[in-house]
Structures are given as structure tokens and as C-alpha cells.
Write a protein that binds this ligand. Sequence first.
Ligand SMILES: *Cc1c(COP(=O)(O)O)cnc(C)c1O
Length: 734
Amino acid sequence: MHESFPNYSGGLGVLAGDHIKTASDMNLPLVAIGLLYRFGYFSQYLNDDGWQQENYPMVDTFSLPLELVFDGSGSPLLVEVEMPGRKIFAQSWHCIVGKVDLYLLDANISQNSFEDRKITNQLYVGDKELRIQQEMILGVGGIRLLEKIDKYPTVVHMNEGHSAFSSLERIRYYITAHGLSFVEASELVKSSTVFTTHTPIPAGNEEFEDSLIEKYLHPFMSASRLSMQEFLNLGRIHQNTGEKFGMTPFCIRSSAYCNGVSKLHGRVSRTLWREIWHELYDDEIPIDYITNGVHVPTWISDEFSRLFMRYVDPQWFRKVGEPEIWQRIKNIPSNELWKAGERLKERLIAFARKKVRESLMRKSGSRQEIEDADNLLSADSLTIGFARRFATYKRAYLLFKDEERLKKILSSTSRPVQFIFAGKAHPADKEGKEVIARIIHIARQDGFKNRIVFLEDYDLETARYLVQGVDVWLNTPLRPMEACGTSGMKVAINGGINLSIPDGWWDEAYTEDIGWTIGRGEEYKDHEYQDFVESKALYDILENIVIPAYFNRSADNLPKEWINKQRHSLSYTLAAFNSERMVGEYLQKYYNNASRNYKELIAGNFQKLRDYCGWLVHLKNEWENVKFVSFSHQENVEYYHAEETVFFEAQIDIGKLKPTDLQISIFIGSQDGTGKVINEQSVDMEFHHSYGTIAFFTCSITPQSGGVFYYSTRILPAHPQMVRTVEPDLVKWS
Ligand SMILES: *Cc1c(COP(=O)(O)O)cnc(C)c1O
């Protein structure tokens, strides 16, 4: 949320902070839960050789905006979580974020053994056992805390799989406190849970060995009366296999609402997890997307805020989520827009000089070096920023693929260009650290000196100066590894322009009017080759398009074409990628519906829930008896004339089910190599009559064109209380 409160690492934490602030702006009754990491955050400095060193400042709770939560008797309120052979206690810290309460759980208390006190020390620990302990404190402890402070949740939004055990605790709670069956409790929890996946990288999805799951989650297995195999299946893509327990499959199975964080990431996630619903078409897989956004009041510069007050709306910060107001960006006069940018760049340069100077003093740099820092960078230069985690897929090295060509770009005195880099590598990521060291080495050579600057210790403060002060924001991820990315949005709302691989948000945002793309989204198997092609494209676009556009000035010394782009980029990004749009979508698509499901299902002592689950159990028992008997067209291929209406009739043995328990659809199209019908047109069939257990369903279709058509018929369950109409194992094809 703020640099004064270092309790995050990278984009996921920053996004959560923006989400909380936005929920406050929108008056949503949201409560946030996290862990208080004693050594979660590290600050970065580089040694003389450019090798990243880490410093772990201890979190001093007394100097942070945190208050311990007390119970009625005045002692710290503790939650208990059972772990093998012992109980672990956690206290919690309360942070008030506007109108939203954030609680951070903390196991570092004297009630725990010396070893257990360390559970919440570190963020993203490698040790799997420690991870599962942390996730139990977050998920199970988090829900128990809410119960104790009388804020038991109606809807839970799991931000990435780390908090997945919250579902298990809620299931256990409804079974033990309300006497529900496992099916009832899990259906209730599912219909009121939202899950957001944030990574398109398979390895980024956490898994646990069976033995660890059994060791730690035993109490939940017995409370649910599930066998070990049934329990493990909840976290598996393929049922009854030796697959490890995956947190993402578990979340997908146990949440009615699932989403990725950009349009492209939604598509990639559907492909990544399609095996869970291997019998559906990819576009039917119930993983949707809500593209991330940024909290504009947090990231906006003073200069632009003032321009907005003057030319957009004096109360713009109360109307961020109203897209119309941002059309008024066009009213900002060119010279004012340009001056604001210049002022912000000067500030960034002053900040960079101070940072570099301080770093040199710490490293006992020479007097000359320290004095030179005061002349670092220039406000006349086209300033290109690149700041992000130094994960390999972010490819910070791409700009340096051809050093000679880069040197040539940087050597121009008539069209000066400079780059500012910042970012941390994960402490265990040697490759990431090597990229940083390489940039430092290059930046010391003649021809690069003073034109490439690395700012140490990328944090929210550095990010703010950078995103507000640069002219261009460079992003070179390996598509489609960037789930969304938000730093480019922060740049665009402050008048900077994006130059990026079309990945994450940029894949859906990019148009010629607002910025530049490197390549057209090609994905190559050979990454070496891809680097080669895309670095070449990057140099080309810098030399031929970006640099000329910046230095092409009219008589008043303004770059007209550039300012035009800035305006389009500003108004579009402000309207489409602010976090009120994002949280508004969560509210409309998920929170409201999940909350309505919850209220409906629990009303009258869980009446609707019991009825629905009674039906579901009956349906599952009967499912194997449901069979296709015959079809009016015996072959699954026919020749049709265009515009000719064709009637279909399916006879289905529905056993003891009612016709209304099923939804029958027909899919028509061509056929792929595997015999699967490529879905071009689909129609729901209607119940016509029945004869014994055989139900007759009919429909008519008028193909838009003539030719050979393949078709296939599908059976799904149907019930008004069924939130997600497609469940992994309840699909039948003719
Ligand atoms: C916004 C932000 C991020 C996330 O942005 P990406 O585009 O994903 O890199 C990460 N770190 C900091 C400090 C930020 O401000």
C-alpha cells in the first residue's frame, strides 16, 4: 500500500493494495486478510561488481500503522490452527485502510515453540512444509479470525491459490456448526467463492506431495468424511491418478467464479486448465477474465492531478470510474501537457541523482564519482524506463542483445536518448542477478555511461518517480508469460507512452493511437531465436519510429504527433484501466452474485441448499444410467442445403431423472482431426415427450451455408441453483 509499510513483493502485493484502496473508495464491505511477515520484504543494494545483495529490515510493528487486536479480557486475541501434534496460535494486527479493515496474522508469539514462531517470518519460502504451514495460518487462521471478531464472511475472494485452505475451513465450519453434509457445505462454499489466478506459468502454480497434504489436512478430511483419495482428487486435474495436490486445480474446483487478470491471460488459463473439463470446448471453460487496473489517486502525479482538476473535473478523484469524464483529456492544451511532463522528468532526474549519490557514498565511491552523480541524466533526452522484477521471462536483457547497435542509438547528441533501469531479482534467482550485473557492467562502459542508469532498491517510491517521469515505458516479456502487468498503466495515466511486447494488458489495450508494440504477438518454440527477432524489432522501432517522433518538433518546439499519442493514451488508459473499473467488474460479475447465492441458499435454515444438494446427490447417482438411445439422423454427418431447416430428435434414457434435470444441446460444424466437432453453431434442444424412461428432445436448425455438417449432442445437468452449469464430471456426449 505504501513504501512506509514494506510487506509485499512485486506486482501481486501492489495490486492487492490497489484493490483494498478501491474497495474503500467504493464503500464495499470488504475485509482483507494477510500475513505479517517479519522478514518478508528485502531491500536491494549492489556490490561493486553489480551483484545484488539483500538486506532484510525487521518489521517494527510499533512504528507501523498497526494495532494489535485484543479479546474481551484485554489480552491479544489468538486464533488456533491444528498442526501435526500441536496447535499453533496467531495474533493479528489491524491496519485501517480508508474504510477497509486489513488484518495481518502473526505467529511470532510466545505461545508457540521457538521453531513455530518462525512460520510467518518469510515470504515465498522454498521449504514446502513451511509453505503449507503458512497457508494454513492464512486460510484456516484467517477465517477463524473473522469468526472471532464477528465478521464471518458471506463471500470469499481468493487472491491466487495461497489462501485456498480458507475454503476447507469454511466447509468444516458449516459441517460442525450447522450440521450440514459435506456436499451441502462444499456447494455453499463454492457458490460464494471467487478465485483469481495470477500466473500463466505452470511452475508458478503450487503443488504439494500427498504425504504433506495427509499430514496437515487430516482434521479436514475427517470433518468432511472424505477418504484420502477423494480429498486428494479435489486438488488434481485428473481424478484418481498419482498427481500432486495442486492449489490452482483445488481453487478452480471449489470456486464457482474463476478468472484470469487480462483477456489474453483468461484465454491462456482456459488452455492451461482445460484438462479439468476435457469434455468442453475451450471457450466454454468457466475461467473468465477481469483485467487489472491501477488505483489512480495513488499513482497520479501532482502535475497531472492539477491538470485533471482544471480540464477534466474539479472532483475527478471521486469520478475515476466514470469513463465519460476522461474524454475531456482532449481539452488540456498541448503546451500545458508537455510542460507537466517536463517537470515530472526533472523530478525523476533529481531523484535518480540523489539515489545514485547516496549509493556511491555507501559504497565509498571516489569523490569524482560522487560529484558526477549530480550531472547524471539530462532533461532534454528521450527517457525510457524499464523497471520490474528481474525474472527471466521479463527479458531485461533484450535491449542489450546487440550492444553495438544500442551504442549507436545512444551516441547521438542531436537526438539524445537515455534509459533508466530498476528492479530486484528473487534472492535465489542467480540468472536474474546475472542480468542485473550485466546491465551494471555495460552502464560503466564508454558510450553507455550516463545514458544507462540503474536505480537500486526498486520500491513503491522509486516506482512512483519512474512511472511519473519517463517518456516511454519499455516492457519485453516473453509472451504469454505476463499475466497482466500494471506498471505500464501507471505510466500511461501520467502521460508516458508504452512500448511493449503485446502481452498481458497491452495485448488488449494496444492500438496505433496510444503506443507501440514489438512484434505482433508471435510465439516461437525457439526462445533464442525469438529473442533475436524481437530485439531486432525493438531496435528498428526505436530508431525509425520512437526517437524520430519524439524529436520531430514544430515551430513552438512541441512534438505534435507525440502529444497526440499522449492524449489518446491518457484518456483511454484512465477510462479502461483504472481500478474502479476492475473492482466494479468483480462486484457485478462475482461479488453480487456470490452474495445473492449465499443468502438464497442459507435462508430458512439452509432450505434451498438442502433441496439443491438432495437433487445433486440424486443426479450423481443416476448419472451413469443416462444414455443416448437413438438419434433421428443415424449418421453423425449430413449434407445440407443453405437456409434449409433441419429437424433433429434425440432419444435419451434418463433413468429416474426428470427431463428438466438435463440440458441437451446439439453442436454443428466441421470436424477436427480427432473426430471432434468444431463448434460452429449450437442449439439447446427442447423436451418433447417421454415414453417410459426414454425422453424425446427436439430442435430445428437452419445452417447458414450448405455443405457437409458434422454434429454431436451433449447432456449437462440443469438446476436453477446450479451456479456453474458445467461441472468437470457431469458431461456426456453422443
Ligand atoms: C506496479 C508495480 C509492480 C507491478 O507492475 P508490473 O508491470 O507487473 O511490473 C511491481 N512493483 C512495483 C514496485 C510496482 O509499483
